[in-house]
Write a protein that binds this ligand. Structure first.
Ligand SMILES: [Zn+2]
Ligand SMILES: [Zn+2]
Length: 276
């Protein structure tokens, strides 16, 4: 076979796509309170499931996204908190593992909304190595609307299979500025819900929605009425169209679920938890 002549050992192209969405700082309680008036998140849940998860360790954006994107805690990633972290060691993230397995045939997209937390600009920042494995990796500070960049990135995949990680910061920002449960934070959740609807509609228009496994989650919540999330913020959630997701316990299990779907097996360092 031709690929053997070139010494290529990549796996065959996936026949499905994966969209992971992080709606930063969206407490489980707030989501539940707004559920009846949201449109897109409940519609996605209706195609699959909506369940509760717990974030372990420090509930801040850097630490929790390190877990969400690698499946490991600080003893492996070196990311303890937004104050104590280094560059996540090479090879541990979902994008890097997918690149190693599928080579250039898989399009990998990373569009995020918080430069100071999800840093990719230089090799001192936590997500530097992850970003190097992506075809598109961009970090847009608010108030830049990140949604058009997501839509552009999706339009650029053409016929190729994709893995996309998309992140919105508006709910977290409103929580810090106006407190958990404020009218502003609720409005931000509705805005992100509508933006997620634009992403869904784009995938529908591309004829790709049906083959896309969607996982929407958050990095942490806020305590009731709080304006920071150092404590009392571990109750989070997952909305997914993946029919095989069972009842999980921890956000850390999500990466192992996704890697399992792609047929990626990791033995070293040993995964701390199985999938969902
Ligand atoms: Zn956060
Ligand atoms: Zn925050």
């Amino acid at each position: 076979m031709l690929w053997a002549l070139f010494g290529c050992t990549y796996a065959e192209k996936p026949t499905f796509d994966v969209l992971v969405v992080s709606i930063d700082g969206t407490p489980r309680a707030l989501l539940d309170e707004e559920w009846a008036t949201l449109e897109v998140l409940p519609a996605i849940a209706a195609e699959g499931s909506h369940q509760n998860l717990i974030v372990q360790g420090v509930t801040d954006t850097v630490a929790s996204h390190a877990r969400m994107l690698t499946g490991f805690g600080p003893e492996i990633t070196g990311v303890t908190s937004a104050r104590h972290f280094g560059t996540i060691p090479e090879g541990l993230s979902i994008p890097e593992r997918l690149r190693a397995r599928f080579g250039p045939d898989l399009r990998i997209l990373f569009e995020v909304n918080k430069p100071y937390m999800l840093g990719i600009e230089d090799d001192t920042q936590a997500f530097w190595h992850l970003a190097q494995a992506c075809d598109v990796a961009a970090n847009h500070a608010m108030p830049v609307d990140v949604t058009p960049h997501m839509l552009d990135a999706l339009a650029g995949v053409g016929e190729a299979p994709f893995f996309a990680f998309f992140h919105w910061a508006a709910v977290d920002e409103a929580g810090h500025q106006f407190d958990e449960g404020s009218a502003e934070q609720r409005a931000a959740l509705h805005e992100v819900d509508a933006n997620l609807g634009q992403v869904r509609d784009a995938l529908v228009a591309m004829g790709r929605w049906e083959r896309t496994l969607v996982y929407v989650t958050t990095d942490h919540g806020f305590p009731p009425g709080g304006h920071s999330h150092y404590e009392g913020a571990e109750a989070v959630w997952l909305i997914t169209t993946d029919p095989e997701v069972g009842l999980g316990n921890y956000l850390d299990q999500l990466p192992w679920t996704i890697l399992d779907r792609y047929g990626v097996t990791v033995t070293e360092p040993a995964p701390p938890l199985g999938g969902l």
